[in-house]
Structures are given as C-alpha cells and as structure tokens.
Design a protein around this ligand. Structure first.
Ligand SMILES: [Zn+2]
Length: 356
C-alpha cells in the first residue's frame, strides 16, 4: 500500500458473511476485501460478541479460528457476532504491519497519535460496536517467541477476569502500550486480548475457536471473583526495548547485544536475580531501554552490566521475549512481569512459589 492509499483508508462494512471467505487463507483476503472490514453477523442473542483478528497481518490464528467457528455453525450463531478483520494489506504479505502504516494494535482510542488514518478507522469501529451494546470483546494474536497461551486484560474487574479465564488460567494485566484494542473496548464491555502462541500452529487455532465458541454460548459472565487457585494473575511492569540503531544477535556473533540463544525459553518462568540474558558487544555502545509498563509500574533498572554481562538484578517473570529481529524492531524484545493479587497489589514471588 502506498501513501495515497493510506490517505484514503476506509472501513468496509458488511452485513452478514460471505461463504467465499470461509476457506480463504488470510494472505488471500485482499482478493475479497478492499481493506479493514467490519462484519455484522446476526445470532440468537442480540447483544453481540466483538472479535478482532489480523490486527497484525502475520498473526493468522484468529482468522483461522473464526473460519472454524463459522463453518461449524452454518450461519446459525447462538449470539450475534461483530467481526473486525484488520490489516488485510499486511496479511497479503504475511507481515505484522507495512512500512507505510501505523500498527493496527496501537491505533485504537487511547493512542497518543489519533490523527492517523488507522486511528480514524479504529474510532469508527468502536463507535459502531458501542451502538450494539456488546456482550464482550476478544482480540486474537500470535507471538514470535516461545510462550504458553495466555489472556491479557486492561481491567481486573470480575467479569473481565472471568472472560479471560475462559481462555487460560494465566492472565496478564497491562497498562502499556497505549492504543491497543482490548483497552479501548474495555470502556464498553469485558474485554481481553488472547495470545495463541506461534502463528500457524493448529493447537492455537483450536484453542481460540473453542474460546470464541464458549463466549458465544455463555449466557452471562459471572460477576464474582475467579477463585484464587484457578488464576495466575500477573502485571506487566517493564517493557524491554533495544535502542534504535543497535544490533542484536542470538548466535554469539558480534553485535551490540549478544543474547543467549534460548532467550525466549525464559518466558513465563520466575527468574532469580543474577539470571544471565547475554553479553554486551565489544564496543559497549548501548544499554537496554527499560520503559515502565504503566503509571503504576516500577521503572527502576532491572539489569546490571558488570563485566559486559547482561544480568537481571531483581526477581521478574518475562513474557514475549523474542528472537525475531522484525518483532524486536517493530515492537520490543519482551516484557517483565510480577505476580499480583486481584486488587493489583504485588505478591512476593517467594510466597507464591510455595502456593504453587
Ligand atoms: Zn499481535
């Protein structure tokens, strides 16, 4: 897509769903859809479930899951579905975002950059969903590192956590980055982002499809807490970024950051202070950028660099650590989390380890 097209980016709105799409792979959607498209598919229960897929063009699991659900129901859904198919142009090339675009999951109301064509489209989607008094919202993603499937929320209210728990016992509460779908929709209804592992994995598609099914079938979300033993709640406290222009390697070759080759295997494990992430390159030009994960997050340093070794200096649980250079450049190296209680107070990791 060139800049002229970006200037004319429009939301395509469709009543119902075309059978021709039921078997089209995500990279062929551009042949059927002129751009980002909002489908309104009627079901027995009028209050719709809102589902967004392909906000990142290379994360195909959500689209495959929706196809599976619609194929199963032959057009007779137990609840109305509003379906937003996001970055059709990036999906064509199986990339997260085209260079000419703003990230489709950083453009929702709440973003600091609300003058972009993408932000205008996302506002229009939110306005259209609001009118229909949505039951709940699900945004489906993949990630590029080794991660379990998990759900994310931007509010810790009971119905929000109940919706997340339908997907996974691992639930991450986060406040940054801004402009994400689940934060915008959390103003309207219980809202979650689900991370379904690597794109293309059949388990991720099956899991996401089962989750959509469950959310379509359930009459209401319980307004009571998920029992503590059924929930691993964590909060993002820091975002690890690589400074612009710095180089990265995972195989020991010379670079500003030479990370260990199994870095993404650390995801979702409770790391002790001193855990080695890698080494600084011989020139030692850069340190990691650690951004606070939100206004309530601790932003103090998480790493030491003695003898050029990059070591964690406090307990933390990493998520979404990736070895994918594109993901690192377009987004971040990963996140650092801590366990929290339902009220957001931090749990001491040593205690929760005993609780199991
Ligand atoms: Zn994504």
């Amino acid at each position: 897509m060139d800049l002229d097209q970006a200037d004319t980016l429009r939301l395509n709105r469709v009543q119902g769903f075309s059978p021709a799409l039921l078997h089209a792979p995500s990279y062929e959607l551009w042949r059927h859809l002129p751009g980002p498209t909002l489908f309104e598919i009627p079901g027995k229960h009028a209050s719709p479930l809102f589902v967004s897929v392909l906000l990142h063009g290379n994360e195909s699991t959500g689209w495959a899951a929706i196809q599976s659900v619609l194929n199963r129901h032959h057009g007779h859904l137990p609840r109305s579905l509003m379906l937003f198919v996001g970055n059709v142009d990036a999906a064509r090339y199986t990339v997260r975002t085209l260079r000419s675009q703003t990230d489709y999951n950083r453009s929702w109301p709440g973003t600091l950059d609300d003058l972009t064509p993408e932000a205008r489209v996302m506002r229009e989607v939110v306005d259209a969903v609001r009118v229909q008094k949505p039951f709940g919202s699900i945004d489906i993603h993949n990630n590029s590192g080794h991660n379990p499937h998990y759900a994310c929320v931007n509010r810790r209210d009971d119905r929000y956590v109940q919706l997340a728990r339908l997907f996974s016992r691992t639930v991450v509460y986060f406040e940054r980055p801004l402009g994400v779908q689940s934060a915008a929709l959390s103003q309207l209804c219980p809202s979650v982002t689900v991370e379904c592992g690597l794109a293309g994995g059949p388990e991720g598609v099956a899991h996401a499809a089962d989750f959509i099914e469950a959310a379509l079938a359930i009459d209401h979300l319980p307004d009571r807490p998920v029992p503590d033993g059924d929930l691993d709640l964590m909060q993002t406290h820091a975002i690890i970024k690589i400074p612009t222009g710095a180089t990265v390697s995972f195989d020991g070759t010379d670079a500003d950051f030479q990370f260990r080759s199994d870095l993404d295997r650390l995801n979702f494990s409770e790391l002790e202070p001193g855990t080695l992430f890698g080494r600084l390159g011989s020139r030692r030009r850069h340190l990691l950028n650690i951004e606070p994960g939100g206004p309530h997050a601790t932003s103090s340093d998480y790493f030491t660099y003695g003898d050029g070794e990059i070591r964690l200096c406090k307990r933390a649980i990493p998520a979404m650590l990736t070895r994918d250079n594109n993901a690192i450049r377009l987004d971040c190296l990963g996140y650092l989390m801590h366990r929290v209680a339902r009220d957001g107070s931090r749990l001491v990791e040593a205690d929760t380890a005993v609780m199991g």
